[in-house]
Design a protein around this ligand. Sequence first.
Ligand code: IMP
Ligand code: MG
Length: 182
Amino acid sequence: MNDIMEKDILEVLFTEDQLDRRVTELAEQINRDYEGKKLMLVSVLRGSFVFMADLARKIKHPCLIDFMSVSSYGKGSSSSGQVQITKDLSEDISGMDVIVVEDILDSGNTLSYLLRILEQRHPASVRLCTLLDKPDRRVKPVEVHYSGFTIPDAFVVGYGLDFAEHYRNLPYIGILKPEVYS
Ligand code: IMP
Ligand code: MG
């Protein structure tokens, strides 16, 4: 493992094995719920790219995959209520069964905005699949259909999640040492 990244990690929350097992369970749930349907997976960049790649390969139904990017965090570690689409979908989602794939649900600012925008495009359905949920920090209510793990209020990195664009390539999820971001 990379010592330079490793030294900034306070504690490993989920190992590669734990992540793989939970992602498999989520995919099995989705496979059951979408029997006979054609799915559209929407990944919210950039944090969900690893989760999306693992989840998508465990989904047995035909599916389209598209990406979208929103900004709300900047380079800091606290959320802002201001959300902006910086890259929109390439596909039309009207009439589609959409699952939004997110890395983490925190204040809810990003997803409540995003889900509202997607609903306005008349999909057949929209559900949210988030790998992590930090309910203690919720400011805006968001309905979650598939959730990997509920975590305490700590700043986590790895498996796609970043701090200032670093640590995304750690294969596990760990709590970042507070002195790194304070
Ligand atoms: P929200 O709008 O506050 O719900 O924030 C959602 C976004 O904030 C996520 O998609 C992440 O990009 C980022 N975020 C929130 N908490 C964390 C964390 O603990 N580590 C890394 N990114 C986070
Ligand atoms: Mg994100």
